[in-house]
Design a protein around this ligand. Structure first.
Ligand SMILES: Nc1ncnc2c1ncn2[C@@H]1O[C@H](COP(=O)(O)OP(=O)(O)O)[C@@H](O)[C@H]1O
Ligand SMILES: CCCC(=O)OP(=O)(O)O
Length: 370
């Protein structure tokens, strides 16, 4: 059956939204937010951003003359809720409360996906869902060890994107996601690299405030001793340190910007566009980007070890893979491990739309959150 489905995918630096009548997209947009747009929300609960992100969606629906009452389902990207297995979940009050309070350790914009889906579905009088939220946990036992029992490694990653892309490639290869071993890197505001063994993500970095490569706006893993010293130096508040981990760490700390397109234009031409936030030289900008690529590649290499060298393919996805430099350079480092496929941007909207269709077709697959 042809359903009318609204898809809401909030990211740390963008909102991806789409409305579909059957297979036909009525609109599909990615709205990017600059550092300046998001500055007023720094260090605050992500729910402060609800009015900004809600207005964007309602304006698009209005501009495209979509009557709310025709919507059959609203589906959002799921954020920080209790760690769970993959699948489609109905958004209920318990989930909204967990997303709003960040009780499960995170106040990432993806939390807004479920909250906005429920709100808009209530106006429309239809069901709301989330699918494959960032907290899916399929880590193998050895991957949980950090060396500090009180501080285990945990699974927080671009589950929806990584699984979608891996599934698409496996199908193109004439096989199934559940039958392949692969490494998937999603590069956006956060960067995660997962080892997928026959349909399970058995190891992955925690791309929120955990470990892994530095990103356009996150530090990734840092040297322990230096970080502990900074924390107890009296120079920084808890908020300052958290902002260094997420929001103001990584490329933006070295160069002044997390806009990699802008940064690459500067590296290429030596010219800063009017209003650019870049505060470094061209050489420093290039070295910082090279370092991020080097760290991503090292992480991909380590996941090949997790899979004991049995890697059917490597996949790169996310906004960063639009770059003319990043996928090419990663391929230079790790292309020898396995064939590499690049899916620039996000497959997440399609993944969400298809999940909502499956849920409407077969309500039995919809899981209940508690
Ligand atoms: N054409 C491009 N070239 C290089 N980097 C790009 C390009 N387009 C987007 N990016 C970068 O991708 C990152 C955002 O990726 P995205 O997946 O949209 O992030 P998120 O979903 O985390 O908000 C930003 O650093 C942005 O500058
Ligand atoms: C790793 C959690 C999800 C995440 O970081 O998403 P963004 O890259 O969109 O911030």
């Amino acid at each position: 059956m042809a359903y009318n489905i609204l898809v809401i995918n909030p990211g740390s630096t963008s909102d991806d939204i789409g409305y579909y009548r059957g297979d036909k997209p009525v609109f599909e947009v990615t709205v990017r937010y600059s550092l300046t747009d998001l500055e007023p929300y720094e260090g605050k609960n992500v729910t402060e951003q609800l009015p900004l992100r809600r207005k964007l969606i309602l304006d698009y629906l209005l501009d495209h003359k979509v009557p709310l009452k025709e919507i059959d389902a609203v589906i959002g990207r799921g954020g920080f809720i209790r760690a769970m297995e993959g699948g489609v979940y109905a958004v209920n009050d318990q989930m909204v409360s967990d997303l709003e309070t960040g009780r499960y350790g995170g106040i990432h914009p993806s939390n807004l996906g479920g909250i906005l889906a429920k709100e808009i579905a209530q106006y429309a009088g239809c069901p709301s869902f989330i699918a494959n939220p960032v907290v899916i946990d399929e880590l193998q036992p050895v991957a949980r060890y950090s060396g500090m029992p009180e501080n285990p490694r945990i699974s927080i990653f671009h589950a929806l994107s990584q699984k979608r892309v891996a599934r698409l490639i496996a199908e193109k290869m004439g096989t199934h996601y559940e039958k392949v071993n692969c490494i998937v890197c999603h590069g956006g505001g956060g960067i995660t690299v997962g080892a997928h063994r026959q349909g399970k993500v058995v190891d992955v970095n925690n791309g929120y405030e955990g470990d892994g490569p530095m990103t356009p706006q996150r530090s990734g893993g840092t040297p322990n001793a230096g970080l502990v010293q900074m924390c107890f130096s009296g120079k920084y508040t808890l908020r300052d340190i958290r902002l260094k981990l997420r929001g103001k760490g990584g490329l933006v700390a070295y160069t002044g910007t997390s806009d990699v397109k802008d940064l690459e234009e500067f590296i290429r031409t030596g010219e800063k566009r009017p209003g650019s936030l870049i505060h470094c030289t061209r050489e420093e900008a290039k070295l910082a980007e090279d370092a991020m690529i080097y760290q991503i590649s090292k992480y991909i290499g380590s996941m090949a070890v997790v899979l004991e060298g049995k890697v059917d393919f490597i996949a790169l996805t996310g906004g960063l893979m639009h770059s003319k430099i990043i996928p090419q350079e990663i391929s230079r480092y790790v292309g020898w491990i396995a064939p590499m496929y690049v899916f620039p941007g996000s497959e997440e909207k399609d993944a969400l739309r298809d999940a909502a269709r499956r849920a409407l077709d077969n309500p039995k697959i919809v899981k209940q959150y508690s």
